[in-house]
Design a protein around this ligand. Structure first.
Ligand SMILES: [Zn+2]
Ligand SMILES: [Zn+2]
Length: 153
């Protein structure tokens, strides 16, 4: 599986191949070295049981796309649609809006999902079995605070 480690110093995204079991990764942006500890399940692409970057064991699943891109699509569609609507071309307006939503859904579906570490926001992509639950704000608040303390922020 591919792991995208989030640098604790500058939040740069650092992609790592778990199969190569690197002992650490250097951030090209802020030069911080992040030690990594891969579990057998992560290395073998079986499941995500422990985060190699922060040793956390709490994960959630989200759609593998940038929510901002999805939203931009719908907003753009709605804007174009409003212009047609303004010219009295209702049917075209509805058509454009429907198309924007269909494209948005198609993009989400194609990209599948990604498992994310609650603490350090490392992302996991691969063929492994999805065992994590949906995002929970309460858990996120608690674990992010704990991780921040751990980093000494
Ligand atoms: Zn960095
Ligand atoms: Zn983590």
């Amino acid at each position: 599986m591919e792991v995208t480690v989030a640098c604790p110093g500058c939040e740069a995204a650092l992609p790592v191949q778990a199969a190569e079991v690197p002992a650490e990764i250097a951030c090209g942006n802020c030069r911080r070295t992040i030690p990594l500890q891969f579990s057998d399940a992560v290395t073998g692409d079986q499941s995500v049981d422990a985060c190699p970057a922060c040793e956390g064991r709490d994960f959630y699943i989200r759609k593998d796309f940038d929510p901002k891109v999805g939203l931009a699509f719908v907003v753009a569609g709605a804007t174009i649609s409003a212009v047609f609507y303004g010219y009295g071309m209702d049917l075209v307006a509805y058509g454009v809006l429907a198309l924007a939503v269909i494209i948005d859904l198609a993009v989400c579906r194609r990209l599948g999902d990604v498992t994310v570490c609650y603490r350090c926001h490392a992302e996991f992509r691969g063929q492994f079995e999805r065992t994590a639950g949906a995002f929970d704000l309460h858990t996120a608040d608690e674990l992010e605070a704990e991780y921040a303390k751990q980093l000494g922020r």
